[in-house]
Design a protein around this ligand. Structure first.
Ligand code: BGC
Length: 413
């Protein structure tokens, strides 16, 4: 079978902090600007998507995609504690309206790693009061925007801090982290600075899972009537050797959030690579294998394995809410997409309920601590002129979306 089901969602994704630019009131802006910092460079004006969203959404639609996943930036909606910005809410209303005008289904993420700086200065996600703040922000957004929302995701990859505890190919410089956090706290006039990436994974999980439930209830209370889910960071975890810790890793990193997704309306699967796990944990890529700009292995088959695993734990509809590859060679992206989607067809053939594929990312953008070097975009961005250049992979994915099948040919380069 080479055909995707009718009504399949085909899209591309972004996250506010990575593309909007000048996210001045966010916790990450502070961390990017203190010394020392973990960030290779600051986000600054990013892709100026805050002002260019209409052009970008039009471009996405013209490519043939029918859905756009983007995030609402809490630091813009509530730049100071208890002050909710009507102009910012109106901005996201215009974005949602632009999606509709272009026949694009919007999928909205309420938290994609960044938070307001005041929230970090109070301790961030490690404090029990975090839930009340986040739920109140969701409530404001839902009241103002709900009638235009088609899908909502509470948290993007809330299990990432737990996953980071296992990853071997990232060597986290803890001294810099401590100094950076201390400087950020000082800059924010506090004795603490709780950023999502760097929080205590166990505490975060204890607070964020119940917060997801509460936020979902608020989002579902109207206006509008849309499915609410959570997106989970997944890797194709492969056991190596007889005493592999693979199963322990899966239980720790994935199961709590897959259980939370199982009580929700859908699960967002986000997958990029595989990971070999031995008796002492992650082994890292084998020598000589192809690696992406992120350092991990080029492994598009991960998507099929992740969808299969996730569907065995959460019997809810699945949307692939992120999948992609960072490469300067766009032909590798085409290959990645083709092989990843072939895997999705394999899942569909076994009646796994996959309903959409949203590629990461629409634009080359700010890849968090790695800055602008990794290129995940279907569309390149010249950060001086802000000019967009569509890559062949964008036409390839657009062609797949229009036909609802993987064509036999590759796009002309
Ligand atoms: C995140 C994105 C990120 C992407 C590529 C995911 O973990 O949700 O924000 O850019 O992976 O690294």
């Amino acid at each position: 079978m080479n055909v995707f089901p009718p009504g399949f969602l085909w899209g591309a994704a972004t996250a506010a902090h990575q593309v909007e630019g000048d996210n001045l009131n966010s916790d990450l802006w502070v961390l990017e600007h203190v010394q020392p910092t973990l960030f290779a460079e600051p986000s600054l004006g990013a892709c100026d998507h805050y002002h260019r969203y209409a052009e970008d959404i039009r471009l996405l639609a013209r490519l043939g995609l029918n859905s756009y996943r983007f995030s609402i930036e809490w630091a813009r909606i509530e730049p100071e504690r208890n002050y909710f910005s009507l102009p910012a809410l109106e901005h996201y209303r215009r974005m949602l309206a632009a999606c509709r005008e272009n026949g694009v289904t919007p999928m909205v993420t309420f938290h994609h790693f960044s938070s307001p700086r005041w929230f970090a200065a109070l301790g961030g996600w490690e404090r029990a009061t975090a839930a009340d703040f986040f739920v109140r922000y969701c409530e404001r957004c839902a009241k103002h925007l709900g009638d235009l929302i088609d899908f909502a995701i509470t948290f993007n990859e809330p299990n990432l801090p737990m996953l980071l505890r296992w990853l071997k190919y990232i060597d986290i410089p803890y001294t810099t982290v401590r100094q950076m956090t201390k400087q950020a706290a000082r800059a924010a006039g506090s004795d603490r600075f709780g950023c999502f990436f760097l929080g205590d994974a166990r505490k975060l999980e204890d607070i964020m899972i119940p917060t997801h439930r509460r936020a979902r209830a608020v989002l579902k209370s109207g206006p509008g009537d849309y499915p609410v889910g959570v997106s989970v960071a997944l890797q194709d975890e492969q056991a190596v050797g007889p005493r592999s810790q693979r199963d322990r890793k899966c239980t720790e990193v994935y199961e709590p959030w897959l259980a939370a997704a199982a009580e929700s309306d859908f699960l967002g699967v986000q997958s990029y690579t595989r990971c070999r796990v031995g008796k002492n944990g992650d082994l890292g890529p084998e020598p000589g294998v192809e690696r992406t700009q992120m350092g991990y292995e080029f492994w598009p088959e991960a998507l099929e394995a992740c969808v299969r695993y996730a569907s065995s734990k959460a019997a809810v509809p699945i949307y692939i809410t992120e999948n992609g590859v960072s490469s300067a060679d766009d032909s590798r992206r085409i290959e990645y997409i083709r092989r990843a989607l072939t895997g999705v067809l394999g899942c569909l053939a076994e009646e796994i309920d996959v309903r959409g594929y949203i590629h990461w990312s629409l634009l080359d953008n700010f890849e968090w601590v790695m800055g602008y070097r990794p290129q995940f975009g279907l569309v390149a961005v010249d950060r001086e002129s802000q000019q967009r250049s569509v890559k062949p992979s964008a036409h390839y994915l657009g062609e797949i979306a229009r036909r609802n099948r993987i064509p036999d040919f590759l796009p002309a380069r």
